[in-house]
Design a protein around this ligand. Structure first.
Ligand SMILES: NC(=O)c1ccc[n+]([C@@H]2O[C@H](COP(=O)([O-])OP(=O)(O)OC[C@H]3O[C@@H](n4cnc5c(N)ncnc54)[C@H](OP(=O)(O)O)[C@@H]3O)[C@@H](O)[C@H]2O)c1
Length: 423
């Protein structure tokens, strides 16, 4: 990451002339900055006098102390109209997997570029793009985003031979791993995450495979190398499940959850209730960009099983593998059954569940169920999803997402990038 000074957002405040001398202030600031996770630096203020910059590592805000040169005393001055320096962080980004999610992420990064810079002090260049068909493309000067969206090969400056030489050439600070999911082994994405984290590269993935097959190992590896392993989009796309528990629900323990977590099967069931054939409904999910690369992973329940395993592993802290879920998909349901159930007001839904007992054992399932009309899950239609959490401190907490598509999923990795920039 390259840090550069751009402009100061705020200068603080009240004159402290009378409180301490400049040398005492230097000692105080140095110690306090260390304890309070601030960094400090010196720079020149608008009148060219030396200032003390105190920079919060999480946010690009600064406190400035300005010594009075004539009496060697410190002062703090509010200079609201003055724009000078602020800490910015530049990230080199690499994308492995350039399908629905990868491409929408590039689009979103382009749309949010100015906002990322102004609100989070975050600038970026994309230095690597890779997929099976594209190969290992590199441009250390940064891919032009529009050209990359049209055809990344025309925006590339060179090609690497494999993952390792690609990471060496592109030198990313953050790797976005958005390749196809393998529910049974998590490979090859799992090895990709290992390689990147071992090199001190943050990893952000929408791919549930590495999460369920390597969460504890990858989290440990990330910690050892001082980087993050984040995967907000892995479950419910851009909706903040993992950061909700991580950031907003401290000391809140998940006991049980029920949900509709697979948008593709929910869309297929809704469309089949409305008369569309199974094949046409699958095609509609594919056109929306929400189906797995291999849609049998959706309809056979494996995508939902991996999501249940991810929630149990990460939020209940009990390692669960997709095979433990023994999922039942929706392919056993005929169109007549689906339509009759809806007509009777008790529609079929692919219900995901996990519960942790007092001994710490977790039971998990993914299965089609006919739901009562007053069940909140029975009203979740199309590509919408809903998760209902029961915790030890909040008895029923619901998170729902409407109209999910690959663009909303791409918000997850973007939010993860911002989370990385704040730490
Ligand atoms: N789409 C969604 O709404 C959504 C929601 C949540 C999570 N996810 C997850 O996000 C990931 C990507 O989904 P997607 O919809 O973008 O899939 P996609 O459109 O099928 O794209 C997959 C991409 O991964 C590449 N890829 C696959 N295997 C690879 C390998 N071994 N090495 C290098 N590249 C490889 C493909 O390359 P080629 O095309 O060159 O073969 C393609 O660029 C999946 O893990 C999925 O489970 C997706």
């Amino acid at each position: 990451m390259k840090r550069s000074y751009a402009h100061i957002v705020r200068w603080f405040s009240i004159s402290l002339d009378s409180l301490c001398s400049w040398p005492a202030l230097v000692i105080f600031v140095t110690k306090w900055a260390k304890v309070a996770h601030f960094s400090h630096d010196t720079t020149f203020g608008p009148d060219r006098r030396l200032c003390f910059l105190i920079v919060c590592r999480q946010r690009p805000e600064v406190l400035v102390r300005r010594p009075e040169s004539h009496d060697n005393r410190g002062s703090v001055t509010t200079l609201t109209a003055y724009r000078t320096e602020n800490l910015m962080t530049h990230y080199r980004l690499a994308l492995l997997g350039f399908g629905n999610v990868g491409r929408n992420l590039v689009r979103l990064l382009g749309e949010k570029r100015a906002e990322l810079e102004a609100s989070f002090g975050l600038t970026f260049t994309i230095t690597g793009i890779a997929s099976r068909r594209l190969g290992w493309l590199v441009n250390t000067e940064g891919f032009d985003l529009d050209t990359a969206l049209a055809d990344p090969r025309t925006a590339a400056a060179g090609n690497a031979d494999d993952l390792e030489s690609w990471l060496t050439a592109a030198q990313p600070d953050v790797l976005f791993e958005n390749s196809s999911m393998n529910p049974h082994t998590g490979q090859p994405a799992l090895d990709t995450c290992r390689s990147a984290l071992s090199r001190g590269i943050h990893v952000v993935t929408a791919n549930k495979g590495p999460v369920v097959h390597g969460y504890h190992e990858l989290r440990q590896l990330a910690a050892e190398h001082g980087v993050r392993f984040l995967f907000e989009a892995a479950v419910m796309g851009g909706a903040p499940i993992f950061s909700l528990f991580r950031e907003a629900l401290p000391a809140c323990n998940l006991k049980r959850f029920r949900g509709i977590l697979n948008s593709t099967t929910n869309l297929i069931l809704t469309e089949m209730e409305n008369g569309l054939s199974y094949a046409a409904a699958v095609k509609k999910a594919q056109d929306l960009g929400i189906a797995e690369t291999d849609p049998s992973f959706d309809v056979d329940g494996w995508d939902a099983a991996v999501k249940v395993a991810a929630i149990a592993t990460v939020l209940m802290d009990v390692p669960v593998k997709p095979a433990d879920v023994k999922p039942v998909g929706i392919t056993g349901l005929s169109q007549e059954q689906i339509q009759a159930a809806r007509a009777a007001g008790r529609p079929y839904k692919l219900v995901c569940q996990a519960a942790k007992d007092d001994a710490g054992r977790v039971s998990v399932s993914v299965t089609p169920q006919q739901l009562e009309p007053n069940d909140p899950l029975s009203n979740v239609n199309g590509s919408d999803s809903l998760a209902i959490f029961e915790t030890d401190t909040l008895y029923r907490l619901q998170l729902s997402e409407g109209g999910a598509d690959a663009y909303t999923t791409a918000y997850g990795p973007l939010a993860d990038l911002i989370a990385i920039s704040k730490h």
